[in-house]
Design a protein around this ligand. Structure first.
Ligand code: SAH
Ligand code: SF4
Ligand code: F3S
Length: 464
């Protein structure tokens, strides 16, 4: 049978990256292998995100490109999956008639069957059924080919029950459901036996992992993952501030493989806006949790998400956000202009903040964060940091490991927080360098930039 090609385009969060890998894996038995060329694809899949209007537009603009190719090649199959597919269902066919399959966030396991059916009779399929159980829909990757990756995402739960008023996730991902711990552990063990050194455990609200099902708690799961031989680092995302427990803080403090970093989205510094957002905490409660974290875990790195221009956000509310940022001194910020979403209650909240005002507020907090990060980075100069090496840096003068080139090989990796460190290794010229990827090394920081640090590997070449 002729091997067919699938092109997968992924928009959105880490969970979509994980889902796209599942899709790639699941399509192999029905004879599809991945291609990076749109023009040579027999099947084009776009895995979509609906979190803000811009992400949705990106999906439709990509579908526009895919449709042009289909106009020339009628055999091409186009599928749209993910959160926009879940939300829009068959309405997508009206907007883009070239689409063959619309599959929702819990239909990934059924995609191969749908593709085979389309190949036979060319009749459009919509599958946005959300009733499937999680284990039926997630297929641990068993014959994983690592290539050069050292890090992978592992979804531990799906859906969200929090219903923040601006957010579409509870509608497009359904109710919170956790995977059984054994399935997660065996998936990670398998990744590790194939060369993976770091995993990021994913969920919209990892703190409520297993609660409904009566599995173990999230900190217990972390401790089980920590026991996996050969795994070097564990990350996780995302943690809702209202559910950040002392047990989790203790886990961050004590588990050796768990990074000293937490992504703790605050969204706003104004109690009035937090209430309208349905976040279930105040600025004071948030700051108190941060202080407890900082006390229990010295040098913990804290990053956050912020929304500016939520309906009704006044200048005073915005000032509260700035005050919170100055108080907490985040290590990183993901900031967004509020975007109306269908289904989310805030769509009907008034008054809306003008687009120009949102843009100004966004710039103000991004600039403030840049100043904070730069000064934090400056303080790192002279310190020795433990880095998990991810591979060649994009600034590397050469990718060659031949000692004769005379050019400097520059490496990249991350601290036990989120900071990117680029470095050179004078100690082991030539072929030996190849082995650095996936290793923990100690780097002396010599320069600080706004988005990264730069340093040198000790000439003794000590690795940990
Ligand atoms: N589950 C995570 C967030 C997932 S969505 C949590 O609760 O922390 C990622 C981020 O997108 C959110 O933290 C929020 O900052 C942003 N976001 C969500 N809906 C949005 C909207 N309608 N407009 C702008 N930003 C939004
Ligand atoms: Fe959205 Fe809130 Fe759930 Fe996060 S916790 S996914 S922001 S509803
Ligand atoms: Fe987007 Fe869906 Fe993730 S809306 S952020 S892809 S859960």
């Amino acid at each position: 049978m002729k091997e067919k090609k699938v092109y997968i385009y992924t928009i959105g969060c880490q969970m979509n990256v994980y889902d796209s890998e599942q899709i790639e894996n699941l399509l192999q038995p029905v004879n599809y292998s991945k291609t990076d060329s749109l023009e040579h694809a027999d099947l084009i899949i776009v895995n979509t995100c609906s979190i803000r209007a811009k992400a949705e537009e990106k999906a439709f603009s990509f579908l526009g490109r895919a449709s042009q190719i289909k106009n020339k090649n009628h055999q091409l199959i186009i599928g749209i999956g993910g959160c926009v597919a879940q939300q829009e269902g068959e309405k997508i066919f009206k907007r883009v008639p070239q689409v063959d399959i619309v599959f929702g966030t819990r239909a990934i396991g059924r995609l191969p069957k749908h593709v085979t059916e389309i190949e036979k009779n060319r009749e459009r399929i919509v599958d946005i059924d959300m009733s499937v159980s999680l284990e039926d829909d997630l297929y641990p990757i068993t014959d994983y080919q690592t290539g050069t990756d050292i890090s992978k995402f592992v979804t531990i739960m799906r859906g969200c029950d929090n219903f923040c008023t601006y957010c579409v996730v509870p509608y497009v991902r359904g109710r919170e459901t956790s995977r059984v711990p054994e399935a997660i552990i065996s998936e990670i063990e398998n990744l590790v036996s194939n060369g993976i050194k770091e995993v990021t455990l994913l969920g919209q609200n990892v703190n409520s992992y297993g609660k409904k099902e009566g599995w173990c708690s999230f900190p217990d799961l972390l401790s089980k993952v920590n026991d996996i031989d050969g795994l070097k680092r564990i990350r996780f995302a995302t943690s809702h501030p209202k559910d950040l427990s002392d047990e989790l803080i203790q886990a961050i403090a004590s588990l050796d493989k768990l990074v000293k970093h937490i992504h703790l989205p605050v969204q706003s510094g104004s109690d009035r806006i937090l209430k309208k957002m349905n976040r279930h905490y105040t600025k004071e409660i948030y700051i108190d949790k941060v202080n407890r974290l900082k006390k229990a875990v010295p040098n913990v790195e804290i990053t956050t998400d912020m929304i500016v221009g939520f309906p009704g956000e006044s200048k005073d509310d915005f000032e509260e956000t700035i005050h919170l940022m100055k108080t907490v001194q985040f290590d990183g910020l993901f900031a967004f202009k509020y975007s109306d979403r269908p289904d989310a209650p805030a769509e009907s909240f008034m008054p809306k903040v003008y687009e120009a005002e949102k843009k100004d507020r966004l710039k103000i907090i991004l600039d403030l964060q840049e100043t904070i990060t730069r000064s934090k980075h400056q303080e790192e100069i002279g310190k020795i940091k433990e880095i998990l090496v991810e591979g060649y840096s994009k600034h590397s003068e050469t990718k060659s490991t031949e000692p004769s080139t005379g050019k400097k090989v520059q490496w990249t990796g991350r601290t036990s927080g989120i900071t990117i460190v680029n470095f050179i290794d004078d100690s082991k010229p030539g072929q030996e360098n190849e082995k650095l990827t996936g290793q923990m090394v100690k780097i002396k920081i010599e320069k600080a930039f706004s988005h990264s640090l730069w340093g040198k590997k000790n000439t003794n070449g000590y690795t940990i």
